[in-house]
Design a protein around this ligand. Structure first.
Ligand SMILES: Cc1cc2nc3c(=O)[nH]c(=O)nc-3n(C[C@H](O)[C@H](O)[C@H](O)COP(=O)(O)OP(=O)(O)OC[C@H]3O[C@@H](n4cnc5c(N)ncnc54)[C@H](O)[C@@H]3O)c2cc1C
Length: 560
């Protein structure tokens, strides 16, 4: 059995591919001839297994990262001979936030063969078509960073270049008017594209919002059904091999010892194995991403949920709003150097739409990444591997990517440094690409109303990001490098949305007839609008699809 890691993007095309364009890629499993629907190794694989194979994988932690890993590894690696164990502590609990995702999660769901309607129902989930940013460029500004693509290229010339010229000549409207996901979001609507869908509906690209604790519970049920062994209890000691330094077992308060060949550290910010035990250091990026605290609070819904996340900038940070079926997730992310906890809470409470119904707590974090994601026989996933603040909802994707990368490089018991280094290189690149994209949101501001915004506007930024902004400013060009997660649409959305305009459009556009291009663009814009308003509201869609959880709990607070 070969598990192939395919790169995924949040903006290339619809999940089923734009007609005539490359399909949105999903993780693919190549089955050996004769394999059944369950891809787990069969008896003959097991019989061929040799002593050098890893037989026990131990996942430490049962938050989102732990259960995502548990669900996938128990599906693909559990062959009766190889066992997957997971340890979690009810007393310690989980972080319990992390509710917005990006489109590659469609690939993760496919990997687990999840029924999308069941998944939405079980997690009180909703559709996410992008993020609406409010007050970022200047107070009062509003734009959407949508999933999917902008318009149709003409004669191989990228659509945004046509739009840039047209913007200089006339009034083509916002670039978001040329994006299926953005127009559907603006109208509060959704339709799931099928393989038979035609453009522009075929260009709809989406992800999900969900309740993090329900998601973990849902994955746990699947993982246990697939044979995962769960252990409850606090780990009080970690045992290591005297010679190699590898981790050999974790010991619980009860005295139970859980031995393993490979350990997955999903223990959250504590980083029990990778940090505390192996001493792998942390690369601190707070000089570029200085927000370091968050106060989450759920509220009752006051209206049918919008199919997008909202990120509203405040005076020293920003506030998220994530609408679910049964409640709305909110939180204020801020920089403690510029704002105290009480003021942050006051701003949050003053900007809520529904009734808050849970105690407030302050979560502290340092943006950055673990210097190695894989050290000895320990691979870290989730918060133990780093944290990039939730502005672009990338943490769950980092977990997903780490799991898929691990499957693609799954080692023997004697771990090859080549495979380990490859894993570490890939994770480092992914973290750094996301880092640059998030920094862009702070750097590309014209706000000078508070010391925080003046600080981020004037701060030095990584050279990689300088280069990207510089190229854009000249002729509006954006190049996707390697396997970057965020593609051209994402960069264009944020730069235009935050008033970073190129000096000139690409001169190649001037080879096209102005009148014909204007007409083609007007037709495109009309088609996107017509397609969007013909769709049901997202709530009507979810209900009709059987994806709405039984028992409408709105507008009361759901019991948690
Ligand atoms: C404010 C905020 C907002 C976020 N928003 C988003 C978002 O919108 N989208 C997104 O993708 N991500 C988001 N994230 C990130 C997301 O929450 C995390 O990536 C995700 O929840 C993974 O957490 P985790 O499983 O690594 O850690 P945790 O949830 O902290 O789980 C750690 C686990 O380890 C166990 N454990 C720890 N120590 C021990 C021990 N000694 N013995 C036994 N068990 C132990 C705990 O019991 C727990 O089960 C957000 C994060 C924060 C802080």
């Amino acid at each position: 059995m070969t598990v192939r890691l395919l790169e995924s993007t949040i903006t290339a095309s619809g999940p089923l591919g734009k007609r005539g364009q490359k399909r949105q890629e999903r993780p693919k499993i190549e089955k050996n001839a004769g394999e059944g629907d369950q891809f787990a190794m069969n008896d003959s694989d097991s019989a061929n297994a040799t002593d050098h194979q890893i037989e026990r994988v131990v996942i430490v932690g049962g938050g989102t990262a732990g259960w995502m890993a548990g669900a996938v590894l128990s599906r693909f690696l559990n062959n009766g001979r190889r066992q997957i164990h997971l340890v979690e502590s009810d007393a310690i609990g989980t972080i319990g936030v992390g509710e917005a995702t990006i489109p590659p999660i469609l690939g993760f769901n496919a990997l687990l063969d999840l029924d999308e309607n069941e998944f939405l129902r079980e997690t009180q989930g909703t559709i996410k078509l992008g993020i609406e940013f409010v007050n970022w460029g200047r107070p009062g500004d509003r734009y959407i960073h949508p999933f999917g693509s902008y318009g149709q290229d003409l004669h191989g010339i990228p659509f945004h270049q046509l739009w840039l010229r047209e913007h200089g000549l006339g009034n083509p409207g916002p670039i978001a008017d040329y994006c299926m996901s953005a127009t559907a979001a603006a109208n509060g609507r959704f339709g799931r594209p099928s393989r038979d869908s035609r453009p522009p509906l075929a260009e709809m690209l989406y992800a999900f919002h969900f309740d993090a604790s329900l998601y973990a519970r849902y994955l746990r049920t699947r993982a246990e059904r697939q044979g995962l062994h769960r252990h409850e209890g606090r780990i009080v000691q970690v045992h290591r091999d005297g010679e190699s330094g590898d981790v050999t077992a974790v010991e619980l308060e009860s005295g139970e010892r859980i031995a393993g060949d490979l350990f997955i550290d999903c223990s959250g910010f504590r980083a029990l194995l990778i940090g505390e035990t192996l001493g792998v250091g942390y690369e601190d990026w707070s000089h570029w991403l200085p927000v370091d605290r968050a106060i989450p609070v759920p509220t009752t819904n006051i209206a049918s949920p919008d199919p997008f996340t909202r990120a509203t900038a405040h005076t020293a940070g920003w506030q998220w709003r994530i609408p679910l079926q049964h409640r709305t997730g909110n939180g204020h992310v801020y920089c403690s150097e510029f704002m105290g906890d009480e003021e942050a809470e006051r701003i949050l409470m003053a900007n809520l739409e529904g009734e808050p119904f849970a105690d407030r707590r302050v979560i502290r974090f340092t943006t950055g990444r673990r210097k190695q994601s894989w050290s000895h026989n320990v691979v870290c996933l989730g918060l133990s591997s780093g944290f990039l603040e939730p502005l672009e909802s990338t943490s769950i994707h980092l977990v997903q990517n780490g799991i898929q990368r691990l499957l693609a490089l799954f080692p023997d018991r004697k771990i090859s440094p080549l495979e380990r280094d490859e894993y570490n290189r890939g994770m480092k690149d992914l973290y750094e690409d996301i880092r640059d994209f998030i920094i862009l949101h702070y750097k590309a501001t014209q706000r000078d109303d508070t010391p925080f915004w003046r600080h981020v506007r004037d701060m030095a930024i990584p050279e990689t990001l300088e280069r990207k902004i510089g190229l854009w400013k000249l002729h509006g060009r954006v190049f996707r490098e390697g396997a970057e997660l965020f593609g051209t649409v994402s960069w264009i959305a944020v730069m235009l949305g935050q008033n970073i305009w190129p000096d000139h459009h690409d001169p190649i556009v001037d080879t096209l007839d102005e009148v014909k291009v204007a007409q083609a663009m007007a037709d495109m814009r009309r088609r996107y609008r017509e397609a969007a308003v013909a769709l049901p509201t997202q709530e009507a869609f979810l209900r009709a699809a059987g994806a709405w959880a039984a028992g409408d709990v709105r507008p009361q607070a759901a019991a948690r």
